[in-house]
Design a protein. Structure first.
Length: 384
């Protein structure tokens, strides 16, 4: 095992540079702690591959609470959003929620800039494979049984009363030492990508999972569970007939997440002219989103292929997100519902890539393609 190329010891090491990792690292450094943030790929800091947006009924409140405590997410999205709007305005204030659609690449750039300019914070690239802990005894903890939420499962610890974390070791043998280690690994611990019959080890598409770190956490007595996420297909904006969609414009009045001074809009490329924007907002440049819907043909395709849906064949056994069900779950749970809303959301100012909000799925690729071309309001082909 090698040591770090300097003798610096940290107060806090944060593993993983997603939303949680970035906030943890910045909070530690801003409170005066010498901090190290380790990530698999420096080009993917604060990447939002599942959904390039901030806010909504639950997450929106959390982001504002983080901002009140000095966090970065609210400022970051205020600088980089392509659209912001208040949801549920026809209902009472208790259920109204702020939501912003991000430019995925600009959000990354802004967050990476905040990290790199923060005093007492080092950001390094490395795959963490081991947590260094003294005083551990006994056998590794078991995996949490399938279907049990990791957050509610009890920790099975074999660490003695004198056990202390010392630091981490990366895949190339570099050791970094600290009194505290914060693990924010997201989908990477023993992660898999499941698309119909295809199962691949991955943390995210194109990125390998953190297998050794999973084993290391079990060795120190932590019980591991498995959660399920579902990611919608992306489509090519050039194949969408936007005249058949319902325009969802951004807010006509100024809105933002942060309670601090207005940070303005991060410089961005010219909006892609492929996206219709008949009524630009005066207070700030925004792009619309576009509402479409499924129909009986979409539902029939899904029903005919449930035998190939990992969610129903037993391949996927983890617990899914409560407020973000897969499209196949909607069809099964609500068999009499004639259609389900889907939102076409541009992933940035300049890209043709469009996120299909509401079409979360693990169905095979050919089934996804078939259901995408059977929508009532639009025809499109996958972008990725």
């Amino acid at each position: 095992m090698a040591t770090s190329n300097n003798s610096k010891r940290y107060d806090v090491i944060v593993v993983g540079a997603g939303h949680a990792g970035c906030e943890a690292a910045l909070a530690s450094a801003r409170l005066g702690g010498e901090t190290l943030l380790l990530t698999l790929n420096l080009d993917n800091v604060a990447l939002m591959p599942c959904n390039p947006s901030i806010g909504g009924p639950a997450k929106g409140n959390l982001v504002r609470e983080i901002d009140a405590l000095g966090g970065q997410m609210a400022r970051n999205i205020d600088e980089t959003f392509i659209q912001i709007r208040m949801l549920n305005t026809g209902k009472g204030p208790a259920v109204q929620a702020l939501r912003a659609q991000a430019d995925k690449k600009l959000y990354q750039m802004a967050m990476k800039q905040a990290l790199e300019r923060q005093e007492r914070l080092d950001v390094k690239q490395g795959l963490v494979e081991k947590i260094l802990v003294t005083g551990v005894r006994g056998a590794p903890a078991p995996l949490v049984p399938p279907g049990v939420r990791g957050a509610s499962a009890p920790l099975v610890s074999e660490a003695g009363p004198r056990a202390r974390v010392q630091g981490v070791v990366t895949a190339i043998g570099m050791a970094y030492y600290a009194r505290t280690v914060v693990v924010t690994t997201g989908t990477f611990l023993n992660g898999r990508i499941i698309t119909g019959e295809s199962i691949q080890p991955a943390g995210r598409a194109g990125e390998f999972p953190a297998v050794a770190l999973s084993h290391s956490l079990r060795e120190v007595g932590l019980a591991l569970g498995r959660l399920k996420t579902g990611t919608p297909p992306r489509i090519d904006a050039r194949t969408v007939d936007f005249s058949k969609t319902i325009l969802q414009p951004g807010s006509a009045v100024p809105l933002r997440f942060s309670f601090g001074p207005d940070c303005g809009l991060m410089p961005h490329p010219e909006p892609n002219p492929i996206y219709p924007n008949p009524s630009p907002t005066d207070w700030r440049a925004q792009l619309p989103c576009y509402l479409v819907a499924t129909n009986w043909r979409t539902h029939e395709i899904i029903r005919q292929n449930l035998h190939r849906a990992p969610l129903y064949t037993g391949v996927i056994q983890g617990v899914g997100p409560r407020y973000c069900p897969s499209i196949e779950s909607k069809i099964v749970v609500f068999p009499d519902k004639p259609s389900h809303q889907l939102f076409l959301e541009p992933e940035g100012w300049a890209t043709n890539e469009v996120y299909v909000q509401g079409a979360n799925t693990s169905l095979p690729e050919d089934v996804q393609l078939a259901m995408l071309t059977r929508w009532r309001t639009t025809t499109c082909r996958p972008a990725s």
